[in-house]
Write a protein that binds this ligand. Structure first.
Ligand SMILES: [Zn+2]
Length: 145
């Protein structure tokens, strides 16, 4: 009845090949972290991933998790979101999309590009072009229930 999750159980061959495809050297720790984040389209903070790893019995510091996530993001395996100043969110969905964010919990939800239409954008400054648009639609509970 052991609840400890070993790397061989946690890491699918798909995760291993995705790390390799991004040029990331595979280590046990990186596999564990990638397996947690990549198992679904989701948004997680370094804190949440650290907590999960500790529940699974791993001894790991938040700094290590954060550095690993930054490495993943730098290699294009995941996307780091800059949606609020306090907390870095990491997104396993690297395709283009926008976000809803719950103002209270910070939780993020994907919004399809096709669900948003911009009717007017400012001209970029001389010599510049638009490289991308980030959109975060902040949500709060309706006060009337
Ligand atoms: Zn997302």
């Amino acid at each position: 009845m052991g609840t400890e999750i070993t790397v061989s159980q946690a890491a699918s061959p798909v995760v291993v090949s995705r790390l390799s495809a991004c040029g990331i050297r595979v280590t046990e720790q990186r596999l564990r972290i990638a397996s947690i984040l990549l198992c679904a389209p989701q948004h997680m903070s370094a804190e949440q991933i650290t907590e999960r790893l500790r529940r699974e019995g791993a001894r790991v510091s938040k700094a290590t998790v954060y550095n690993t996530l930054n490495l993943f993001a730098a290699h294009g395996l995941i996307r780091q979101l800059s949606v609020d100043g306090d907390c870095a969110w990491f997104d396993s969905n690297i395709g283009p999309h926008y976000h809803f964010q719950d103002e209270h919990t910070g939780a993020l939800k994907d919004v399809e590009l096709s669900d948003v239409q911009f009717s007017r954008l400012p001209e970029p400054p001389e010599g510049m072009e638009v490289a991308g648009i980030d959109l975060v639609i902040r949500l709060r509970r309706r006060s009337n229930g």
